[in-house]
Design a protein around this ligand. Structure first.
Ligand code: T3D
Length: 257
């Protein structure tokens, strides 16, 4: 079913592992399609409440496979047909998505990590906005997210210099949610994903949607939209459970509905 990634669901968490370690998990068109298929399956699943994207071997993802050039398409077409839809799918997914950055994330691999909701990074991880090193501009939503995450000046610096950002630098500039030691990697990743998967999933989806809307709407428009979002949240079983648990002074057991 999948050849360039592996996909499994464990305890409400979908694990998407990019699986071309010899090429540092560089994107081929096939891998691009399989990631989108797995994200769609996770988004539509009744049991999945959090998604982890990670890489096999020593890298997270080295971006577009530079040995696979489709002569029949120009790069704009590749972005419109392959990468753009992936970034839209991640943005519109109403479940939390964690980039578990186990090693280097370069080019569109960096963009993929930026588009996710959290970046848990190994102490061995690094980021490279490698596009400028081969004469391209950062793509796949890279500048859109990078500016929001680290601010204009830092985004410009990383994009123009194309140099390696170490894990500790990434943490210092706000790129990483958390830096995890190699020995604790699996345990901490599972704990983080388990914690977010146990939260009220519908509310999380709405928070993602409305936070994004703040960038496009006027305050008046936003307040109207926000009221609709809260109407929806207020109808969930998790809201009823949250209030009951508070009143009864116990921990809430959310079911994601
Ligand atoms: O269609 C379009 O092109 C538009 C879309 C563009 C989106 C993009 O992502 S453009 C940016 C593409 N990515 C890059 O430019 C990064 C290229 N890779 C690197 O700069 C370095 O490999 C790294 C800094 C990521 C890691 O360096 P290092 O020294 O740890 O490893 P390495 O020795 O360079 O790589 C190991 C192997 O992976 C090597 O193969 P070999 O010699 O052992 O057979 C290398 O060729 C291969 N590899 C690494 N990255 C890619 C790759 N092969 C194909 N494509 C790659 N992106």
């Amino acid at each position: 079913m999948y050849e360039t990634i592996t996909y499994r669901v464990e305890n409400g968490v979908a694990w998407l592992t990019l699986n071309r370690p010899d090429k540092l998990n560089a994107f081929t068109s096939q891998m691009n399609g399989e990631i989108k298929k797995a994200i769609k399956a996770s988004a539509e699943s009744d049991v999945v409440r959090a998604i982890i994207i990670t890489g096999e071997g020593r890298a997270f993802c080295s971006g577009q496979d530079l040995s696979e050039v489709d002569e029949s398409k120009h790069l704009g077409q590749v972005l419109r047909e392959d990468y753009g839809p992936m970034m839209q799918q991640i943005s519109r997914c109403e479940k939390p998505i964690i980039a578990a950055v186990n090693g280097v994330a370069a080019g569109a691999g960096f963009s993929l990590a930026l588009a996710c909701d959290f970046r848990l990074i190994s102490e061995n991880a690094s980021f490279i906005n490698a596009f400028v090193n081969i004469g391209l501009i950062p793509d796949s939503g890279n500048l859109y997210y990078l500016t929001r995450i680290v601010g204009h000046a830092k985004a410009l610096e990383l994009s123009l210099l194309g140099e390696k950002v170490t894990a500790s630098e990434a943490k210092a500039i706000g790129l990483a949610t958390k830096v995890i030691g190699v020995d604790e990697w699996n345990e901490q990743l599972r704990a983080f994903a388990g914690n977010i998967a146990a939260k009220p999933t519908k509310a999380i989806g709405l928070i993602k949607r409305y936070l994004e809307a703040t960038y496009h709407l006027s305050l008046d428009e936003y307040l109207t939209e926000e009221a609709e979002g809260q109407r929806i949240a207020g109808l969930t079983q998790d809201f009823a459970e949250g209030v009951a648990a508070f009143t009864e002074k116990r921990k809430a057991q959310f079911i994601g509905k």
